[in-house]
Design a protein around this ligand. Sequence first.
Ligand code: CMC
Length: 431
Amino acid sequence: MSSNRIATLTIDGITTEFPMVDGNIGPSVIDIRALYAKTGAFTFDPGFMSTASCKSSITYIDGDKGELLYRGYPIEQLAEHCDFMEVCYLLKKGELPNAAQKGAWVKSIKEQTMVHEQITRFMQGFRRDSHPMAVLVGLVGALSAFYHDSLDINDPEHRLLAATRLIGKMPTIVAMSYKYSMGEPQMYPRNSLDYSSNFMHMMFGTPCENYEPNPVLARALDRILILHADHEQNASTSTVRLAGSSGANPFACIAAGIACLWGPAHGGANEACLKMLEEIGDVSRVPEFIKRAKDKSDPFKLMGFGHRVYKNFDPRAKLMRVTCHEVLNELGLNNDPLFKLALELERIALEDEYFIEKKLYPNVDFYSGIVQKALGIPTQLFTGIFAMARTIGWIAQWHEMIGDPDQKIGRPRQLYTGSMRRDVPSMDQRK
Ligand code: CMC
């Protein structure tokens, strides 16, 4: 970790030294924790363009190579050889499970799939047309009111119980929000099914008929979950860490992460991307939308394009595109007009000077909307699926933070641009 290299900073002729710290891979960091004490200045880095907010051993991204590793394993290998439960175990515990460990882990999650019956009544307070993300923020936050016996963040058993509860209950809550919006009865989990098949059962089953999840489609959903499971210090994960840094309970922290994920620049992009494709409607209108995306006076952006870290390609988008083919093939939708439109939009954008120069490539959300739509998931629920997948990443990162001896409450500083000190005028002197 530590390095022999030193960074020097000269302000007004006075030079100060700061240690440099090396990670196992990736850029080194300059440890500036003593900067203010030594120089009286802060750094200014809105959006954390050059700031590492923590150290972490969970996920590594090389944005130039287009590489994503969970605990060192490439995402491509995990997507091919593992299921979502194994990936959850890996992210949480650091190693892939053997058969016995996997069995015990899956059992511990399945024991948590039901939610307190009163949560159903709590949900009935929402309007039927509520956005599912509004319901998720509320219901997940409310879990802390229902499960008092797992709120002590200093007790490892409480932390583990809260983690398995969140992973086990998220699919149930996401499916409940859908059933509620449809006016259909909630389906109880079926623990004989695997994680993704059970979710499909809770989404698409009804008490009137026996529902058998299609294994090809369940596997596609499982892959969506794997690809979205973690992505190092993105906005929602940083939100979870920041909320957790004050000692808040894990349910409250994950609810904060869900709120952040909702935004269209982050997890809301999959919903926004599908809406955009529907709005474009036809290949002939692609140039018009590309033109708008490049126009600085138009706030329109090409949804599903661009990424803060990936500047070559997003490896998740590549895998998602393959999954898209598989799902459409299974459903006999090879000529799906939306998929054709997406392929054409991708082709034209990738040849365009603006997108080349700014290194804008399709991200994971570009194809995930088409896959989810084909699976029968309504557009409004796309970000909820992302939240279900990312829950394990948030938990693993939150857990890592709690055990980090360097952890402190998150408290950024600012560059003040307001009024100088002034006295309150009397009412008759105010303009
Ligand atoms: N369409 C058109 N122009 C774009 C786009 C886009 N999708 N993305 C970035 N740009 C331009 C942007 O206007 C800026 O131009 P300029 O240098 O002239 O000011 C330049 O490219 C750099 O973009 P940025 O917004 O400064 O980059 P960022 O790292 O702050 O933002 C982003 C990354 C993902 C928020 C942004 O690319 C974006 O809004 N994309 C569309 C939304 C989207 O697909 N989000 C999903 C991200 S992947 C899933 C996830 O992790 O949540």
